[in-house]
Design a protein around this ligand. Structure first.
Ligand code: MIG
Length: 753
């Protein structure tokens, strides 16, 4: 047992609560954000000592034997055995049922659980389990990339980064990512818990008991955050305040990406790019999978298949196409290979019983770099820099769960951080996080541009370094369906820049599946078609003319929306609120939105309702209450509620909120230097803020960007500008229904009809 509270004291915003056996520190970070941790804990993802402030002065009292901490609208009441209750405006919103330590026999107190008649279901393998009471109408969101639906209530998941190529079904407990953060939501409150513990853990989301969420940890100290907020968006924003937010993405990364395992020769890539030109489908980026390397040695290029690589990347850039190369963590055992020699000689690799640890991945026998060591990260980052010198525009990190061809690494594999050894069971879930960090920092240092990194495995906070994709899905309809809640939950868990393999990775795509997936891809933050070796090829021309023309339409729709998306990313970079939003994030008052799995909000102004079932040519659309909606294409007016909407194969149902103004690029503007913009006015008065920067570097952080403020009052359009050093558009157009007019002079009024 933690025992009774025997003392407490306060230093700045930290309250030290002394129990009989341990000290717990409660740090009030902001209104509704509080960290609870055992003394002397550190974190791999968050600077836990970074939130100590003089100016936050919670009121701390001892009442009976409980410590009561009050700050803002929140009260934290801590009882003996660290039983915690949290009040929002004096309403109890969260309370502990037990706090358990199985291994050391500390902290056991299930009496409350039993007293309330709840099942006690504690498995032996956990060092401790934290159980929190939830209410019968709470929804549970977040948890990163987990399978299934938006609301996680009633399911159980593990945090243990897992590369399992079998079709990801609802009963899967773990995928590639571990984001130990979930949100408890209902109409009257929202809050989240972030358990910053990297060991394998189990999240029982009220599966065994409908009113208890229990989280079991196999090891590690107690270190978690309560994250409140006045509404659901606040909670996401507060969570990303703790774990970090993405940079502005490079603008080109929002374009269309084509990938395949593998485009494995120069000629193949050239033909591919020519086909995109021939079929008039915009293409921004081609991804090179493992076969571009020399014997799968990372940071090498196969000389036969990709001779004169630097000229080749240049040639591609001249055609408007960037290349992204895959880099896996496994480094081939080969005494003639400099990367291997360097990291082994300098002891920058994983060991087991002090001997270099070897396992098999793509290159055959390989060693595992210790990404938690800053020296390794610097070296690795320099190698990434050399890829940039070769003209590569982005780095794709795969296999970093870490995966191996022989199942999971043994738990006692050793990873040094440069000072001391950490075992695999502690490091596993942050291996991908640190690989992405190494890649991001190396690239940024090399050219001071916004790095484009894509990672498969990650942990809470990796959004600072990398975009993510959801790994090896299949070309099956249920995976098209799952992509919506999966990317929504990633967004609610801090990952604003995410996507899935469009068309599906494994199994064979049909024409109809590819088309519907391209329509979804057109609105996911990362839009990349990718498929596995041995499956039906997924370039649109592998099917028929109709596929090509619908695919073209979907990709062009994407390009039209890029300026809108770019604005949404400016919001994500500043607030953490994702572009691709669960509908509930915008409409928390409307209970019909709480479990929407087949629609999504793109920012505040567009609702998308993709068709995700074979054979369907219409869609049951739900339009949230409180506003009227307009068909994106025809301006037809829709009242809130349910509608059956015609959705032939070539149509992605999109609805625009009344009063919205949507920035669009005219028919396929270059993303390197977009010259013109259209502001499309939908019915109803409204205002809109449009952001413009150079799309490449970090000058925006110093304020080098332009803001256009567009207002529409009763048919009168006015644009004001705050100009800050980035060159302006050549032409600005105002579009309303079928009329396009040029807007010539900032600050003047243009009439629409
Ligand atoms: O063992 O690099 O998820 O996107 O094409 C498979 C080959 C390794 C898994 C990735 C996938 C990639 C593939 N990789």
């Amino acid at each position: 047992m933690l025992g009774k509270i025997i003392d407490y004291y306060t230093i700045k915003n930290q309250v030290f609560i002394v129990f009989e056996t341990k000290k717990i520190i409660a740090t009030i970070i902001d209104d509704g954000i509080c960290n609870f941790k055992e003394e002397e804990t550190s974190s791999f993802a968050v600077d836990v000592n970074g939130f100590i402030f003089d100016y936050i002065n919670p009121v701390v009292e001892k009442i009976d034997n409980a410590i009561k901490i009050t700050h803002g609208r929140y009260k934290y009441v801590i009882n003996d055995n660290f039983i915690l209750s949290i009040y929002f405006d004096d309403v109890l919103i969260s309370s502990d049922i037990s706090y358990y330590n199985n291994k050391t026999n500390e902290f056991i107190d299930n009496s409350l659980l039993e007293a309330e008649g709840h099942a006690v279901n504690i498995e032996e393998e956990y060092k401790y389990i934290i159980s929190k009471k939830i209410n019968s109408n709470d929804c549970l969101y977040g948890l990163g990339d987990k399978t299934g639906f938006l609301n996680k209530r009633g399911y159980e998941y593990d945090m243990w980064n897992t590369d399992d190529p079998a079709p990801h079904v609802d009963s899967f407990k773990a995928l590639y990512k571990s984001i130990p953060f979930f949100i408890v939501f209902n109409k009257s409150y929202s809050y989240g818990y972030f358990f910053d513990n990297t060991y394998k853990s189990n999240f029982n989301m009220a599966k065994n008991n409908s009113e208890v969420v229990s989280i079991g940890f196999t090891d590690g100290p107690l270190n978690y955050y309560f994250i409140g907020g006045n509404n659901l968006k606040d909670v996401v924003s507060n969570y990303t305040y703790i774990t970090g937010r993405m940079d502005m993405p490079k603008r080109f990364t929002l374009g269309y990406h084509q990938s395949r395992w593998s485009y494995s020769t120069k000629d193949e890539v050239i033909k591919l790019v020519d086909n995109f030109k021939k079929y008039d489908i915009p293409l921004e980026c081609v991804h090179l999978d493992i076969d571009y390397m020399d014997g799968y040695r990372v940071f090498t290029v196969n000389d036969e298949r990709f001779s004169d690589f630097k000229n080749f990347t240049e040639e591609m850039k001249n055609k408007g196409v960037k290349l992204v190369t895959i880099i896996d963590p496994g480094v081939k055992v080969d005494s003639n290979y400099d990367v291997y020699n360097y990291i082994v000689k300098n002891k920058l690799v994983a060991t087991e019983n002090n001997e270099v640890y070897v396992n098999s991945v793509w290159p055959g026998e390989s060693v595992y770099p210790s990404f938690i060591d800053p020296k390794l990260r610097t070296y690795w980052g320099e190698l990434d820099g050399k890829m940039l010198d070769l003209g590569v525009s982005g780095i794709w990190n795969d296999m970093n769960e870490p995966a191996s061809f022989n199942g999971p690494l043994p738990s006692k594999v050793e990873f040094s951080d440069g000072n001391r050894i950490h075992y695999h069971d502690e490091v596993h879930n942050i291996y991908g996080h640190y690989m992405a960090k190494a890649t991001y920092e190396g690239m940024k240092k090399h050219n001071n541009e916004r790095p484009f990194v894509i990672t498969r495995a990650c942990y809470a906070g990796t959004q600072k370094y990398s975009t993510v994709w959801t790994g090896d899905n299949h070309s099956i309809w249920s995976h098209l369906q799952m992509a919506i809640p999966q990317i929504c939950n990633l967004g609610l868990s801090g990952f604003a820049f995410a996507g899935c393999d469009v068309g599906g990775f494994s199994s064979d795509a049909t024409k109809e599946l590819l088309i519907r997936w391209a329509e979804l891809g057109a609105i996911t933050p990362l839009f990349r078609n990718h498929s596995a070796m041995g499956t039906k090829r997924q370039e649109p021309w592998q099917f028929d003319d109709e596929t090509i023309s619908i695919y073209r339409k979907a990709v062009k729709l994407r390009y039209e929306l890029i300026p809108y998306y770019y604005d949404l990313f400016f919001e994500a970079a500043n607030t953490g609120i994702p572009a691709f939003r669960a509908v509930v994030l915008e409409y928390p008052e409307d209970s019909n939105t709480y479990e929407i799995n087949d629609e999504v909000m793109l920012g505040a102004n567009i609702l998308a309702s993709p068709v995700v079932e074979q054979g369907k040519r219409n869609k049951l659309v739900y339009l949230p209450s409180g506003t009227n909606w307009y068909d994106y294409y025809s301006y037809d007016k829709f009242e809130p509620g349910y509608h059956i909407y015609d959705a032939p194969l070539d149509k992605l149902p999109l609805f625009v909120k009344e009063g919205a103004i949507i920035p669009k690029y005219p028919n396929y503007e270059s993303l390197d230097d977009p010259k013109n913009i259209i502001f499309e006015i939908y019915p109803g008065d409204g205002t809109y803020i449009h952001y413009q920067d150079n799309g490449v570097d970090f000058n925006y952080e110093e304020g080098e960007y332009n803001i256009y403020e567009i207002s529409h009052i009763d048919g009168n359009i006015r644009i004001d500008l705050s100009y800050n050093g980035y060159k302006l558009y050549d032409k600005i157009y105002i579009k309303y229904k079928n009329n396009i007019q040029e807007y010539k002079e900032i600050g003047t009024i243009l009439k629409i009809e």
